[in-house]
Design a protein around this ligand. Sequence first.
Ligand code: FE2
Length: 354
Amino acid sequence: MAEVTELKSFSFSKLSSTDNYDEIAALGKEIVEEFQKVGFLRLVDIPDFEDKELLDAIKFYYGRPKEEKMKLALKRFHAENKNEYRGYMPLVKNLPVFKEQTDFGNDSIVEPPENAPDYEKFTKEKNCYPHEEFGRTVDKFYRIYHDCALLILRFLAIGIGVEESYFTDFFFENQTDQHLSTFRLLHYPPKGKISNLSDKDIPISTPEHSDSSLLTLLSTFENYGLQVRNKENTWVWVRPVKNTLIVNLGSMIEEITEGKLPATLHRVMDLGENRYSAPMFVEPCFSNTSFLKILRSEKNWTDKKYKNYGEFSAKTSGRHGEYDEITENPKFKFFPKEEVLHNGVGNGIPFELA
Ligand SMILES: [Fe+2]
């Protein structure tokens, strides 16, 4: 039976108010050690973070009639719509994944010029909301999550002995924070029978993977489901704790630090009940190129050539790839197919909404 693990907690309020240099350095080291040992930690005491407000908004959003939800669906699911990146992804029958999800981006991003390449317009696409109040709630939590990301990245840099702003500089374009982070709201309806944490044959709803972001912040509300692979190579449950965020590192930071800050494997189990979760995948800004450099060197960690993070993201991200066998991924319009990571087995297979 998988055991329940307690993640080490770090207080946002304490991290952001400490001004003693020795204390800051010690906390940085502690955070780095935790990522190396466990790969996950918990952020607590986050100002204005009431997860019930976010959960109520998510339940409202997914509780609306199917036709309403489809008005904001990605074009690949609903040809009349214009949005291709930021929008609703419906429940689809006969796919390995059974979830509805929506990606929201940075509302403060500066709109690209008319002559910008199509993939730039794609990565900077505006959000669509069912109404303004919902948009304000999403934007409020988007900012809270991103503030948490800035704080953790600052301490990570201190902890590994580089300039404090080493990672957070990836977000800035003309002195403004133009990061392309994705805030994803997810609903996994129950598929199988109700299971207890101690059951042996609990179905998997998201197979094991590590995230491709710099880091990921996650609220699982009151839901169990997330499992982390620990250093003994066994899966353990992460206990949900109210008003906190779970933080883990993505493969980008693993590459930059040559494995010093590793991305940890995790998966999601289907316990037979409605599950809601809200991760933010933290990403650099469009024009950034320093994310490609190995720390303290001028060498890139990949041999492939990318003009900037925007191109890297559009070509290498596996995002929305779970639908590639039923509908065409828009990224194939921007680049030759062989240059782009391809998750699906083809496209054009008719699909049916669940
Ligand atoms: Fe993940």
